[in-house]
Design a protein around this ligand. Sequence first.
Ligand code: F6P
Length: 372
Amino acid sequence: MAKYIGILTSGGDSPGLNAAIRGVGKGSQCFDMELIGFMDGFRGLVQNRTMRLNNQILSGILTHGGTILGTSRDKPHKMTLGDETRDMTDVIVETYNRHHLDALVCIGGGGTQKNALRLHEAGLRVITLPKTIDNDVAKTDITFGFDTALGIATEAIDRLHSTATSHHRIIVVEIMGHRAGWLALGAGIAGGADVVLIPEIPYSLEGVAEAIKQRARGGKRFSIVAVAEGAMTVEQAAKFEALSHRKDKAGSKEHKSKASAELAAFQKQHVDHTVQLTQQLEQLTRIESRLTILGHLQRGGTPSAADRLLATRLGTACAELLNEGVHGVMVAARGDGAKPVPLKKVAGKTKLVPLDHPWIQSARLVGTCLGD
Ligand code: F6P
C-alpha cells in the first residue's frame, strides 16, 4: 500500500529548497510513496492548505530559487491566527491524521529543528533536512543555501573592491548569518576583505581603526571591512552576555519578562550597528567611509551547483530513510554522504565558528584583521 508523506518548508527561504523538495519527491516515487506539500510552513498544516507534489509540479524546479511551497516563521506551539495566539499542536496532529500521513518532512534551519522535535514529541513521525544560508545548524557538515549565499557575498566583495580603490574609501559590507560568522568569514576570505568581524570574535573598534590606518601608512588607501550582522564589539558582547545570563537565571515570571524585554531592546538597537561602525571608522581614521548592506540579496535567486547537489543528495537520502520507516531524525550531510542524526541532538543547538577553525587560522596568516 502507498505511503503518504507530508512535506513543508519553514523559516527564512534559502537557495536549494526546491531542489530538496524535488529530491524527496522523485525519490519517494521510487518507493511508492505519495508526497503532499503543506503551504507556508507550519501555518499550512494548521489551515490544511496543501499542494499535491506530482511529477508535473516537481519538474523544472531544480534550478529555481525560493520555495514552491512558500514559507513562514510560524511556530506550532505559539501561532497567531487572526486575533488569537495559541498552541496549535493539536490542530496539526488532526491535519496529519486527516491526510493519513505516515511521516512529515520539515525542511528548515535551527528554529525548524526545534519545532520538528516538538511535533515528534507530540507523536508525529517527523524527519528534517537542514537548510539555511547561515550554515549554523548543529551536527551537519553543511546546510544547503550556504554555498549560494557565499558566492553572492564574495562577488559583492569583489565588486566593492574596485569602487573602494578608486575612491580611496573604507567600505563596510554587512553580511547575514544571524549569530554565526560562517558567511562573513567565508566570503571575507574568498573576497580578500581586509577586516572580517564575526560574532565569535568580539572586536575592538580602536584595533580595527588602527589596522586600517596601518594599511594607509603602507600605501593602501582603501579597505574592505566584512561584518557579520551578529558581530559585536567587546563591550557590546559583554552586555549581551550579561543580559542573556540575567534572562536565563531569572527566578520569577516577572523578572524573566523584564530581562527578556531588556535583551530584546538591546538586540533591536544592535540592528544599526554597522551604520555606527561605518561612522566611527570614518571619524577614527579620517578616511571617507560607506556602508553596503547585502540583506536578502544573499537569499535570492538560483541555487549554485553545490547547493543543488547537496539538496538533491539529502532529499533522496530522506526518501530512502522514509522508506525504511526511520523518523525522529535530521538527515545530516556527512562527507560525501548523508547520516540520520536524532532530532534531540540537533534541536536548540547552534553551530558557531570554532575559534580554532582552519578558516580563522588562514585568515590570520594572509594578514586579515579579525578585530581582536
Ligand atoms: O536565517 C537566515 C537569515 O537570512 C539570517 O541570516 C537573517 O538574520 C534572517 O534570516 C533574516 O530574517 P528575515 O528574512 O525574517 O528578516
